[in-house]
Design a protein around this ligand. Structure first.
Ligand code: NAD
Length: 340
């Protein structure tokens, strides 16, 4: 088990690779811990949860809403959680987003441990402290930035992860490769999903590499005033598609990346051969790159995006594979590009 201490603006995060939920007592008194997990994760790992007070939330993005967090807070009060209590988020991104948010607001902030159990959660959602809920159709509209005290990786959870969720996770891995790491992009080109599913050490190494990429971006810009925006590659269009068409996060982001590649080619001289390589890699990992969406429907959501600044939209383009760029596109131009 390797433990690294990562210094954020106002918190030190202990990063534990190759840990186990059972070993979590090393980081606090179990009697003070309250696990938040969802029904699927609980069902698949019931035994592990026996030692913990547990708050169960329903599974799925549709429940990532303020009403679920209100219920979590009611449950925390019922359990007499106090300032010494520790919330332990054990689940995919939906759970860790809500656990982080609840920990940041309950009694104005209590201790937090995150144990991501989906691949997407491991490489992305649980890393960097962003949390929150959707408001109606608008993704992640309300939330805080609140680092966990401990971010613990227990790869044994991946044994029960459905294959489709592996595919979803690879959307964010490919995103990291596109914006920051051309070598990882080439490495991924030489593999297929099944290689990672059947080889625990291969996936562990890839997860660690991705956590380091995300951390390096976040540590330079914890509160997203600049480069952290790079992590939104594919997400502006992707989030709008996710909400309008009920697609999973990874699938929607994959389609969003494909559109962002097209736009990068049109207005940023991103080479067409590189665009094809990105599309090919996404497909190689089972991700969609085309979707017949109605631009008008997408536009209605897009203009509510947090990255909109009056008449411009913050948008991530690619200069090359491994080199993302924070940019801004006038709304009318973006609308025209979408209608192409
Ligand atoms: P999710 O939490 O809905 O998990 C996907 C599915 O897998 C769910 O049905 C869940 O119950 C199940 N699951 C998770 N782990 C499992 C396991 N080990 N065994 C069996 N089933 C398991 O979704 P996700 O893809 O993990 O995360 C997507 C969410 O993350 C979105 O809400 C997105 O907005 C958010 N996100 C947040 C950030 C951030 O920085 N905070 C970054 C990226 C994504």
């Amino acid at each position: 088990m390797t433990v690294e201490k990562i210094q954020f603006f106002n918190k030190t995060v202990e990063l534990v690779f190759d840990g186990s939920l059972e070993s979590i007592s090393n980081w606090g008194d179990i009697s003070k811990m309250i696990v938040i997990t969802d029904e699927n994760v609980f069902e698949a790992h019931q035994q592990i949860f026996q030692s913990f007070k547990t708050i169960l939330v329903p599974s799925g993005e549709i429940h990532k809403q303020q009403s679920t967090v209100d219920k979590i807070i009611d449950d925390l009060l019922q359990l007499e959680a106090d300032k010494q209590s520790i919330i332990v988020g054990v689940g995919g991104g939906v759970v860790t987003d809500m656990a982080g948010y609840a920990a940041s607001i309950y009694k104005r902030g209590i201790r937090l441990m995150q144990v991501p159990t989906s691949l997407l959660g491991m490489v992305d959602a649980a890393v960097g402290g962003k949390n929150g809920v959707d408001v109606g159709p608008c993704k992640n509209m309300v939330g805080t930035i609140y680092q966990p005290d401990v971010l613990l990786y227990d790869y044994s959870f991946l044994k029960t992860l459905p294959e489709i969720e592996w595919v979803n996770g690879f959307a964010e891995i490919i995103k990291h490769a596109c914006i920051k790491d051309a070598n990882m992009f080439t490495f991924l080109q030489g593999k297929v999903l099944a290689d990672f599913i059947k080889d625990p050490s291969l996936i562990a190494t890839l997860v660690e590499q991705n956590v380091k990429i995300k951390l390096s971006v976040v540590l330079n810009d914890e509160f997203e005033t600049g480069d952290r925006k790079l992590l939104n590659f594919g997400h502006t269009i992707g989030h709008a598609i996710e909400n309008r068409y009920d697609l999973s996060h990874g699938f929607a982001i994959s389609i969003g990346m494909a559109v962002a590649c097209n736009i990068s080619e049109e207005i940023n001289q991103f080479q067409s051969s590189n665009k094809l390589s990105v599309l090919q890699l996404l497909q190689q990992y089972g991700l969609p790159v085309q979707f017949d969406f109605d631009p008008e429907k997408i536009w209605e959501i897009l203009i509510l995006d947090k990255k909109r600044n009056n008449e411009e939209m913050g948008f991530i383009l690619l200069d090359a594979i491994g080199k993302g760029k924070v940019s801004s596109i006038p709304l009318q131009q973006l609308k025209d590009l979408l209608n192409h």
